[in-house]
Design a protein around this ligand. Sequence first.
Ligand code: AMP
Length: 122
Amino acid sequence: MAYDESNIFARILRGEIPCDKVYEDDHALAFKDINPQTPTHILVVPKGPYASFDDFSAQASEAEIAGFVRAAGKIARELGVVAPGYRILANTGPDAHQEVMHFHLHLFAGKDLGRMIKPPEK
Ligand code: AMP
């Protein structure tokens, strides 16, 4: 999948549009989802130009992958959601309804999240 530099998260990373930032380091930027699905709903994005988890897992360097995963864990600890629990999710491709073509983790927390993903309402 080719990376499109005009995607919304690339624009946020370049500072062209604002975000409600909760964390930033060399490898990751995290900000509040604009349409939160849970009381805590954070998006964690790598700094590099990766379109999806598939792209990131295949193309990113060991340092980028390690730095990104360390950042995601740190963000959860800083948010205080480790003890109550949280869910990490990465939509990848059409069947997962990935909307923004810059790899991101959703971090959901702040309520009982249930055991599994619900099917869409019919
Ligand atoms: P996905 O379907 O996994 O690609 O999810 C994309 C997510 O990005 C959705 O949950 C949107 O609500 C969120 N989103 C889109 N634009 C913005 C934005 N400008 N700031 C924060 N979150 C956004």
